[in-house]
Design a protein. Structure first.
Length: 366
């Protein structure tokens, strides 16, 4: 037990020394643990540190590396730290790496990420989750409950005439603002750690629901998939469409799903490249292959059905009502061998004895 205590203490002491951070400055950033640092350094005997303490302790290490924190200068009106750069990230991860032999991953990093992920889960139903700035504000509200409201209240109180505003209140506002700003700067570092150590966890703000044309259904997509594979960063212009005709057979079969980048407000690109597009025709949206034939005075568009039983047609570009460009598809493949064993959907809320084992599983058990 004594050895375990020594190793645990060494992690905290080494981190403070590597960050050139005093216990007093560290304690100021530990929120509800600000009076407990000595206890964790000299008396804590657990195998891992509590998630909340781990979070705020590593936040203090990160903050100590910021230029503003090092210089001890007060920023006018407490504007958000804007000096953060790659050197800050590099220095932070270098310090963590120097303590890897002290089981820092298990003792501090993973508990810290547990606290971080719990906050992300709590904001999963936040309406503006895909607005980065709004997301951070909501995240701070979870990490530091009531801080933003208290800052707003004290600032309003400070501006009210005939009210004495004590040095205590000034210091309180300053302390609150500093801690809020440190969390803003800590968030991107936590996201890097999360993606490194918890590759299989998909955060709520990393997904979005795509609407399906002429349907109330929505399908969950990964932002990373859209960005990496399709090089798309604007998600509001995307929509899905179920293919209901065979004009594009072989390229798009019936019941395939097409992903479309909508041309918003009928604002079309200055020039078009040949490709597959969605267009309005005969009071419905259809998918066709388009070839743009630039002539001397106008541009003709060849509307092509990949299914050769349908004839092509040419129209002037100005007569074409384009809806958007098709950039991806998901086919309607079904495993017939598997489907025949799943005639009924299991009700997982039935008592255990009433659940019928599918025939496919019965064969495996036999």
């Amino acid at each position: 037990m004594k050895e375990n205590k020594q190793v645990t203490n060494k992690i905290l002491i080494d981190l403070l020394n590597l960050a050139n951070l005093t216990k007093a400055k560290c304690s100021n950033l530990l929120e509800k643990h600000k009076n407990s640092l000595d206890t964790y350094i000299y008396k804590f005997k657990g195998p891992v540190f509590p998630s909340s303490f781990s979070y705020f302790f590593l936040n203090s290490i990160s903050t100590s590396l910021l230029p503003l924190f090092k210089s001890n200068k007060t920023k006018k009106k407490f504007e958000y730290f804007k000096e953060i750069d790659h050197s800050h990230q590099k220095n932070f991860f270098t310090i963590l790496n120097k303590c890897k032999n002290l089981s820092i991953k298990d003792k501090l990093i993973m508990p810290c990420l547990e606290h971080h992920i719990l906050a992300l889960i709590k904001i999963s139903n936040f309406d503006n989750i895909h607005d980065q700035d709004a997301l951070i504000e909501e995240y701070i509200e979870i990490i530091l409950p009531g801080y933003l409201e208290e800052i707003s209240f004290l600032e309003e109180y400070q501006l009210t005439e005939d009210q004495s505003f004590s040095n205590f209140h000034v210091k309180r506002i300053n302390d609150y603002k500093i801690l809020v700003d440190t969390i803003r700067q800590f968030f991107p570092l936590l996201e890097i750690l999360r993606k490194h150590y918890m590759k299989n966890f998909v955060a709520p703000h990393e997904t979005f629901n795509l609407p399906v044309l002429n349907s109330n259904n929505k399908i969950l997509f990964s932002k990373d998939f859209i960005k990496r594979n399709l090089n798309i960063n604007k998600y509001n212009d995307l929509i899905l469409m179920n293919v209901k005709e065979d004009n594009m057979e072989e390229t798009f079969n019936k019941n395939d799903i097409a992903l479309i980048i909508k041309f918003q407000n009928k604002v079309l690109p200055h020039s078009f490249k040949d490709g597959i597009y969605a267009l309005h025709m005969n009071n419905k949206i259809i998918i066709r292959r388009l070839q743009f034939l630039e002539l001397t005075k106008r541009t003709l568009v060849n509307i092509i059905s990949d299914n050769k039983k349908y004839s092509d047609q040419k129209v002037p570009l100005e007569d074409l009502n384009l809806f958007g460009e098709v950039v991806w598809k998901c086919n309607s493949f079904k495993d017939i061998q598997f489907n025949k064993y799943t005639e009924e959907t299991l009700d997982l809320f039935l008592p255990e004895e009433e659940i019928i084992i599918p025939k496919l599983l019965e064969k495996e058990i036999a």
